[in-house]
Design a binder for this molecule. Structure first.
Ligand code: PMV
Length: 347
């Protein structure tokens, strides 16, 4: 089957981990299982144009970010192509133009590696499907997640929605270290349209890249206990997703966020990735929750920004609280409203 040229276009969302992935082995194999909410609004849209080329001895691609050539992303894509070539043996037969844009401001400090790598992986799978039309949907999505993982670990959780598990866990059927899978059980209605408002506390360059961060877990004094704890927390979430117990949900999610930061504070070298305003926000959330009994909680990535998580039915009150009391802690008053979503989509 010969496919000489064409264009595909996919969007893929970001995701926010509830149980965090922090620490990995060879080949982007996670040291512990993680679980995330797929987001809906924070997305990367990527257009992949491809054309057959004569010389098949090298990878050939141009990269455009928001319509402009982007040389500094190229080494990452080159490395990605090298890693996935064994799974996509046709890569060197084509010249690619990768045209990509994010729906969130690029200076927001929101990592676009998850959504970006997931969108690219979907496009490459569309080309593979054009070459091998008989593949099943299951194979298509599973392999897209596997490819995304090789681009950036957490990207494998951005292919599907709404709750995705990555990493082998004894009580989650079908879970794998190689790709993300949809959480297999029915999820309680308390989590329907769950909200994530992302408070942009510090939009600067990441102090610690996730590559360096994962490496810090190698000789980390608490690593083994932490990896075991992630399994325990995932077990707790299995129950929580069944019962809808938001009080327990809050405990697991906030503890995971603080543990992620605790790992960075106790590694060698050590880092503090929160800013004073991160702590101000956490304290304000705790105070608001105590006063109103509204089950709002926070989680954090490997940075200072705060994800505020809450049920859809409390949206009005929480947004009012955010506007009145939290916006002042955000850089230029910036925040992004998002919610749980369904994963990558063909455009
Ligand atoms: O996908 P990476 O290698 O950028 O790692 C991301 C790690 C965290 O965002 C901090 C946690 C997670 O599980 O998403």
């Amino acid at each position: 089957n010969s496919v000489d040229q064409g264009i595909f276009q996919w969007s893929a969302p970001s995701n926010i981990a509830l149980v965090k992935y922090w620490g990995k082995k060879e080949n982007q194999i996670p040291a512990n299982p993680s679980v995330s909410f797929t987001l809906n609004n924070c997305k990367t849209n990527t257009k992949l144009a491809f054309a057959k080329k004569a010389d098949r001895n090298y990878f050939s691609f141009d990269l455009l970010f928001e319509g402009q050539p982007k040389e500094d992303f190229k080494p990452k894509i080159q490395k990605f192509f090298e890693r996935v070539e064994i799974y996509l043996p046709f890569l060197k037969e084509y010249h690619f133009t990768i045209d990509t844009e994010n729906t969130f401001p690029h200076s927001s400090g929101i990592a676009s590696s998850a959504s970006g790598m997931a969108a690219l992986a979907m496009n490459l799978m569309s080309l593979e499907k054009a070459l091998n039309p008989l593949m099943t949907d299951d194979y298509f999505y599973q392999k897209a997640s596997l490819l995304a993982r090789l681009g950036s670990g957490s990207a494998c959780r951005s292919i599907k929605g709404q709750v995705v598990v990555w990493g082998t866990h004894q009580n989650i059927t079908g879970s794998s270290n190689l790709f993300g899978v949809e959480f297999p059980n029915t999820i309680h209605e308390n989590f329907t349209d769950y909200q994530d408002t992302i408070l942009l506390v510090d939009k600067g360059e990441k102090q610690v890249s996730s590559t360096v961060g994962h490496e810090l877990m190698h000789d980390h004094p608490f690593a083994e206990r932490r990896f075991a704890q992630a399994h325990e927390n995932l077990d707790k979430l299995i129950t929580i997703f069944k019962t809808g117990d938001l009080e327990e949900f809050i405990k697991v999610v906030e503890s995971e966020a603080l543990t992620l930061h605790a790992m960075m504070m106790t590694s060698m070298p050590y880092f503090i990735l929160m800013k004073p305003n991160t702590l101000e926000i956490i304290n304000a959330i705790w105070k608001f929750r105590k006063a109103t009994k509204i089950p709002v909680c926070f989680t954090l990535d490997a940075g200072a920004n705060v994800h505020v998580l809450y049920p859809n039915k409390d949206k009005e009150k929480v947004l009012q609280f955010i506007q009145n009391e939290l916006v002042g802690y955000c850089q230029n008053g910036q925040y992004l409203c998002d919610q749980i979503g369904n994963g990558a989509a063909l455009i």
